[in-house]
Write a new protein. Structure first.
Length: 256
């Protein structure tokens, strides 16, 4: 049975149907490769005079699985086990070790995120996330501390103050070429200003592996997210997933 499923998956990945469904996400790959080339050497320019704009700092521990930790745009902590945002620290001392340091400007906009590595006695800065804002879009660029290389890009798009899409791309420079290994996209639907559903797309360009799922939420009498159903939209879907799509799951985090 497992071998049969593997053969079916392989056939599907090589099919014209799959290639057509992957086309929009191949365009996304092209977009993020171009952005990587544009901003790969921009760390020092974007970081210039940054500290002079800082009005407030916050610190958080935990949340390493989610991009940006406590202030991640993602909603995956609602549905995926062991995905959590960590917690903000009310106070810190010279001996406090934290995973994230958040810098805010006078408009209370997040302008920089420092990520730290903590293992036993080792506590060091590993990356710096900087932002480029343009009307209703916020582009973020994560640079490694060791060599200032650009390894991760994300873009948030807003409409009437609501997040409607959140894209991430894992990109790196290999042998003078930009290689994009993974793209994730979350899009959101709202009803009466409350999130009704989220579509999560995962795409591996090198093997054209595309998975799309829609999570449809319900709320309790107090307005908190309580349960959700899963619809598998695109990509190869074994029968087990067809059965799973009819089940109801509990939301993992209390949130409106």
């Amino acid at each position: 049975m497992m071998l049969n499923n593997m053969q079916r998956i392989d056939e599907y990945l090589k099919s014209d149907e799959n290639s057509k469904r992957c086309e929009p996400f191949d365009q996304l790959k092209i977009k993020y490769v171009a952005l990587h080339k544009l901003y790969a050497n921009s760390f020092h320019e974007l970081n210039k005079d940054l500290e002079s704009k800082v009005i407030k700092r916050e610190y958080a521990k935990g949340g390493e699985v989610l991009h940006r930790g406590f202030y991640s745009p993602s909603t995956l902590d609602l549905i995926v086990g062991n995905y959590n945002r960590g917690k903000l620290l009310k106070r810190i001392s010279n001996n406090t070790k934290y995973n994230y340091e958040y810098l805010f400007d006078a408009q209370n906009s997040l302008i920089c995120v420092y990520s730290y590595y903590i293992v036993e006695d080792v506590f060091k800065l590993i990356s710096t996330e900087l932002f480029v804002r343009n009307q209703n879009k916020v582009l973020s660029l994560v640079f490694s501390t060791d060599d200032y290389s650009l390894s991760f890009i994300s873009e948030c798009q807003f409409e009437n103050g609501k997040l409607i899409s959140y894209e991430t791309a894992l990109c790196e420079l290999l042998d003078s070429e930009v290689y994009c290994s993974e793209i994730n996209v979350e899009t959101y639907e709202y009803v009466d200003d409350l999130m009704k559903s989220m579509c999560w797309t995962r795409y591996s360009p090198s093997i054209k592996l595309l998975t799309q799922e829609r999570y449809i939420f319900s709320r309790d009498t107090d307005g908190f997210l309580s349960t959700y159903k899963v619809e598998h939209i695109e990509g190869f879907m074994p029968k087990m997933k067809e059965l799973q799509s009819r089940q109801i799951y509990n939301v993992r985090v209390k949130r409106r």
